[in-house]
Design a protein. Structure first.
Length: 376
């Protein structure tokens, strides 16, 4: 049996939400913070080129770039950037520097477009090129503010030890390793043995990323990698958003306790819609809000937030029926999140009708039925 970590031990580990491009944008980060007790996040990568970004990407990461919003939120977000040139990366960091405690370099993205531009996991093709790239940035911005996130290799893991030996000579704040190669993409298992090996060699904290879905898989990971200083959770947070509460506080929220969940999902849809339509309204809401603590299963808090978001978005009070609409893309995002939750949380109950709904009104109606049937 894996050793059970005490709550104290859990609290000393950095357990964070992994960056997921196209998924963990600001509203999703905010939602996951409210739903679960995740207080550390990393943005998906921001691509840095000669001409982009030409201004501070405020609405893209207000949890970093808007001081008033940042102060109101009880989670910390780290900026991740991707570049194919160390100079551009350093210059972008310097232009945002006053907002940042640190920054992370993406050396893992396997997308063909990214790789063809010599960024992301492409940096891992040659261990010498990789350590030279990282070392130039560390020299420019200072290793104490510089984190790296990498995979275990490009085509295979035969260069892993050389990649790590190269990094061992460079002062970094932290290294996160996703235990797959670029070629693996998301198949096979994350190689905890390799991450463990790196954690024994490197003189700074090593974090692991890959395949933690719940408390049991977290305990298995800690048994296999006892030296790591933290875990980043990606897809597990989408199928089981409570994974952070489970790990940190041993707080298991399961379907029978989920009466607030419908409101929570609708809050997500409304947050996405408001953020898209008028970011200044979202800012006002955040500044008036009590987002200093996660809501978890506090039904009353979710209900009040839902009523407020509904009124702000549709300019009328909620009277028991969802009378306005969300745009197609927003509804699509809520459905996607719901489909993920269904996969991980609700093993009974058919989600087909909810996912087929054509507008927010039908979605609300079907969601209501789904939860009623679940409770029965
Ligand atoms: C849809 C998606 C987008 C991702 N985007 C990023 C990204 O922007 N930056 C990054 O470093 N990793 C990215 N990753 C990798 C994750 O951060 C994580 O390392 C990987 O999914 C393994 O962890 P998991 O098994 O907990 O999901 C992405 C993963 C997924 C599934």
């Amino acid at each position: 049996m894996p050793k059970t970590l005490s709550q104290e031990e859990n609290k000393q580990l950095a357990i964070s939400l992994a960056p997921m491009y196209g998924v963990t944008d600001f509203t999703t980060r905010l939602f996951i913070f409210l739903l679960s007790s995740c207080d550390k996040m990393t943005t998906p990568f921001l691509r840095v080129t000669e001409t982009y970004p030409h201004k501070i990407p405020l609405e893209w990461a207000p949890d970093i770039f808007d001081d008033a919003i940042k102060e109101k939120l009880a989670f910390q977000t780290r900026l991740q950037m991707m570049a194919s040139c160390p100079r551009r990366f350093s210059e972008a960091f310097k232009s945002f520097e006053s907002f940042l405690e640190d920054v992370e370099l993406n050396c893992g993205c396997p997308s063909p477009k990214v790789v063809s531009h010599f960024a992301g996991s492409s940096l891992l093709r040659d261990p010498e090129y990789f350590s030279d790239f990282v070392s130039q940035i560390a020299d420019n911005i200072g290793g104490d503010r510089f984190c790296v996130k990498m995979r275990t290799g490009y085509d295979g893991t035969e260069d892993f030890d050389r990649l790590i030996q190269g990094l061992a000579r460079i002062p970094l704040k932290q290294l996160t390793i996703h235990g797959r190669t670029k070629a693996d993409k998301y198949s096979f298992f994350s190689r905890n043995d390799l991450i463990h090996r790196a954690s024994l060699i490197l003189p700074y904290p090593v974090m692991a990323s890959g395949d933690v879905l719940d408390r049991t898989s977290f305990q298995k990971a800690m048994k296999e990698m006892p030296n790591i200083k933290g875990i980043m959770i990606g897809r597990g947070a989408l199928t089981n958003p409570f994974v952070f509460s489970e790990i940190k506080d041993e707080n298991f929220l399961r379907p029978s306790d989920l009466s607030y969940f419908k409101e929570a999902l609708l809050c997500y849809g409304l947050l996405v819609q408001i953020s898209k339509d008028d970011f200044s309204t979202l800012k006002e809401i955040i500044l008036d809000s009590d987002f200093q603590e996660s809501y978890l299963d506090k039904e009353e808090k979710w209900r009040l937030l839902f009523l407020e978001l509904y009124e702000r978005n549709f300019k009328k009070k909620f009277i028991g029926k969802f009378e306005g609409d969300l745009d197609v893309a927003t509804l699509g995002r809520v459905k996607l999140l719901f489909a993920n939750f269904v996969k991980g949380l609700f093993h009974s109950g058919s989600s087909k009708e909810v996912l087929r709904s054509k507008n927010a009104k039908d979605f609300f109606f079907e969601l209501d039925l789904f939860f009623k049937k679940l409770v029965c």
